[in-house]
Every structure is written in C-alpha cells, then in structure tokens.
Design a protein. Structure first.
Length: 507
C-alpha cells in the first residue's frame, strides 16, 4: 500500500479529493481534502441522462485542479471513482475516455451496490457500530447496505437522489405541493423494491444530506462538542424538525440552521431521508463523516484482512502513537502500565461499584498519556488533551472521546478540570465516577513513571489502599501524598529502600 494515496470521488452533485498518509500498517490520517460542487449531472435526468456541456466543463476544470494538488502532495497512488451521474449517462464512457486522453486520469465507474459497499466498509471500520443500515443519499441514487455483527450482509441501490428528484419533479411548472406529492409516490415505489431484511433500529447517515441535517440538529440542541463524525440522535425526537424542512419554502430554510450551499437540494434530500428511515424502522441515527472515499482507501489497505481491522486495533490510536511517538510507552513498559490500571480499578471496586465499565477508555487514555510530551514537556497534559480531541475520531462514541481526552487533561494533585467538566457535563459519566477514573489514571501514571516496571500489588481493606512494590517508589510518594481522593481513605506504600550503608555519612 502506497504511503500517500489520493482518492477522487465524482458524484452527481460534488467531486471530492482526499489524500491519506499511512503512518504504519494500520495507522493513517487525512492530510488534504478538497471539494467542488461540479453538478456534473445537472440537466441530465430530464434529457435521457446525457451529461450536459456546463457540468462536463466544471468537472474537467475540477479534475485538472485536483491533479495539480496531487502532484504537489507527491501522492504515490491515485484512484478515481465515479458514481450514478456517469453510470447513468449514455455519454459517460466518452467522458471517461476524454479525461484519460486530456488529463491522463483513469476513472472507474462503479455501480450502486459497489458504492454502498464502500460506504459500509468505511462505517463498520470507522464508527462504533456492529449492526445497522447505512444510507448514502447522493445526487442520483440512494445506496444502502445492511451490516450485522460487523459484517456487510447485503447492499442495494435505489434510483432516488437529490438532483434526480429535483429535476424530475421540483423544477417543473407544478406547484411545490403537487411536486412533493409526485416525488413521495416516486420514492415509495422505489422503496417497495428494497428487500424486507433491510430493517434496523440503527441507521448510519452517509453523504451530504445526512451530514447537513445532523449539523442542523447539533445547532438546534446547542450540542457542546464540535465534532460531526459519530454524532447520534433519536429519529422520533427530530422527526417534526425534519418533516418541516421538506415543507419549507426556499427562503424559510434559514430558520433550520442549515448550510446555505445545501439549500438547492436539501428539501429533496430530506424527503428521501425521512421515507427511508421510516421504511427501515430506524430509531437512532449515527452520523458518518466517512463514506465512499474512505471505503476505497480501506479496501486497498485492508485487503489481506478481508476489509476489517483486526480486533483490538483502532486506527486513530495507532495513527496518534505513530505520529506522536511517546518513547516511554513502548514494549513491556506499556503493558505494565495498563496492567497496573486494571489491577487498581479492580481492587477499588468496593468503593467504585461500576463493574469496571470504563476500562477500555481508561486503557486508551493510558496508552496516549505521553503524547503531549512529543511537543514539549511543559503543559504536556494540555497538549495531549487537544491532540486527542482533534485526532481521536474513529471507532469511538463522542462520550468515549470526551472521557479519554479529559483523563489526558488530568495533571498533578487535582482530579477534575472544572471548566471542561462544566462544558461537557451532559456527555460525561457522573462527577463521582469521573473522579474515580481520574484518580486511577493519575495514580497509575505516578507509579509507572517512578517504578521502572517494578512488581506492584494493590490491596484495599479498612478504608486503606496498600501499595506494595519490590522496588523503591520514592519519587511517587510525595506526589501520591498530595493527590486528591474521590472519598476519604488512606494510602500506605510498602516499598524496598535500597540505600547502601555508609557509616561516615551516617546512613
């Protein structure tokens, strides 16, 4: 797999370029992203699908600019895929040949089922989801995949897209009400062909329509975290909001907190979105900021692994550790730190009583605990927090990202950074629970830094935590003495003093 891979995705509405850099076998990160609203399918659906000169010109100029960017970033491999507008166009093959001749770029036209497969590969690897129906509404089609137990079970493509619907119904001379009625009939007829097993309580929204609607809902509820990927909402709660978008006039869209650049097709897209969600019985929606492009990249990267990351591998954590190499977090030393935390968490269960439900997030934070020092040792805990908040994207819920990041922010004797806790309180564990997790995290870091892989045991009895070590813990003792505790209890350290005898110095 090339170190830098450029993926171009030509849709009916937009063309996008992304460039990914691999940091290791399972680590990667995005280094460039560009988009152009080419509308290559504009005017095509009411003219037998034929691509029109205006869309062709915009597409050519966009692809030409993308290739200049790819050259600048020195990408080692370029893959270009095109979706419904080109596969539906009688002159799509001629366009592909022309681009190859003029620009030297090979375009692969993919069918709807392949498009759905790419979206599902991205979702099942980069979202915390095991069972769902993925829905990717594009300009010409809605591509759907069924995921169960982390595997792609089936895919389907429906010829209902935002641009297609707009040109077939809403750009006519009919009234908006008449056009909407005809469009609904068209959508329902298309959905009758969707196999019965495409049912799920969880829907994954892929593509511009789903992202735009999620951003609107985030603003509506004053969502505290500025992160779209993995944002989740309850469909029934916002069904009225979504329905009103489809009934709105163009001028009225302003009150829904939607991007202006999406005004031209968002009502059509929302109409499709609502009917698909109702048809599959969705109750919860998970927003995906990844889709076809990431699916193409992962198909290339994970071919030997059958397009799935091995269990226990998280690409975000892998990439962060690759780029912010914490030298004290390698080999057996890393395992020792995680083992300490697990033992301590288990020993303190009589007080905590949470069945160790946050152990995965605690371990993730400890794996990342030294990443801030790569930038500078001063305020390294703050750097670690910001790195995690920005880069810890894939495979976690928003609540998990916040918990991991907030643990990284802990430093010194205090267990809680109050301004951050107050900002995100609604998305974090209860305060007392968070204090315990912070205590375990901080105490583990203190012991690990001072113990040099000593054999450490914990015992909790009579409201006293006994820490036994076969090596000195001198540097940790003072820090532990001043460490805040979630509840009153004592800490006694039993370590081995290794002071050589010297009578002249009085020792």
């Amino acid at each position: 797999m090339a170190k830098r891979t450029a993926i171009i995705d030509i849709g009916s509405n937009s063309a996008r370029l992304v460039i990914y850099e691999k940091t290791s076998r399972y680590g990667f990160h995005l280094i460039c992203e560009q988009k152009s609203k080419v509308r290559i399918g504009e005017g095509a659906y009411e003219k037998g699908g034929l691509l029109q000169p205006a869309g062709i010109t915009r597409a050519f100029l966009t692809l030409q600019s993308f290739l200049h960017t790819i050259e600048k970033y020195q990408a080692h491999r370029t893959v270009c895929v095109a979706t419904s507008a080109l596969r539906d166009a009688p002159n799509g093959a001629l366009f592909v040949q022309w681009i190859k001749k003029e620009l030297g770029l090979s375009i692969r036209i993919i069918d709807g089922k392949k498009e759905a497969t790419y979206g599902a590969i991205a979702a099942k690897n980069l979202l915390p989801v095991e069972k769902a129906v993925t829905i990717d509404i594009g300009g010409g089609s809605a591509d759907i995949a069924l995921i169960g137990k982390g595997k792609i079970l089936d895919t389907y493509s429906l010829n209902i897209g935002t641009v297609r619907l707009k040109e077939l119904f809403f750009d006519k001379e009919d009234s908006r009400k008449e056009a909407r009625s005809k469009a609904i009939d068209y959508i329902k007829e298309a959905l009758e062909a969707l196999p019965e097993h495409f049912r799920s309580e969880t829907a994954v929204g892929i593509g511009g329509t789903a992202r735009t609607l999620s951003k609107g809902i985030m603003k509506l509820r004053s969502y505290p975290l500025d992160k779209l990927h993995a944002f989740t909402y309850d469909y029934e709660t916002y069904a009225h909001y979504l329905r009103n978008i489809t009934l709105s006039s163009a001028k009225g869209l302003k009150k829904f907190n939607l991007k202006k650049s999406r005004y031209d097709t968002i009502r059509e897209g929302t109409l499709i979105w609502n009917h698909i969600l109702e048809h599959i019985g969705a109750q919860k929606v998970i927003t995906s900021a990844v889709g076809v492009r990431e699916g193409v990249f992962l198909e290339l990267s994970l071919r030997q692994e059958r397009y799935s990351y091995p269990r226990g591998i998280n690409p975000s954590i892998t990439s962060i550790l690759d780029r912010f190499k914490p030298f004290v977090n390698i080999g057996s030393k890393k395992k020792h730190k995680l083992h300490l935390a697990k033992m301590l968490y288990e020993v303190m269960q009589p007080e905590i009583q949470d069945d160790m439900q946050y152990l995965p997030q605690l371990k993730a934070a400890l794996r990342l605990s030294n990443i801030g020092k790569t930038l500078t040792i001063y305020k390294s805990h703050q750097h670690a927090f910001y790195i995690a908040m920005q880069e810890l994207n894939y495979g976690f819920t928003h609540e998990e990202i916040l918990l991991i990041s907030l643990l990284l922010r802990m430093h010194g004797k205090e267990l809680l950074h109050k301004p951050l806790f107050q900002s995100f309180e609604s998305m974090l564990p209860p305060k007392q629970q968070l204090l315990w997790l912070s205590f375990i995290y901080t105490l583990t870091v203190f012991l690990h830094e001072a113990s040099n892989s000593a054999k450490i045991r914990f015992e909790y009895r009579n409201q006293t935590l006994h820490i036994s070590s076969d090596k000195p813990l001198y540097l940790a003792k003072e820090k532990i003495k001043s460490l805040e505790k979630p509840v009153p209890f004592a800490i006694i350290i039993h370590d081995r003093d290794q002071i050589p005898r010297n009578r002249e110095l009085g020792v």
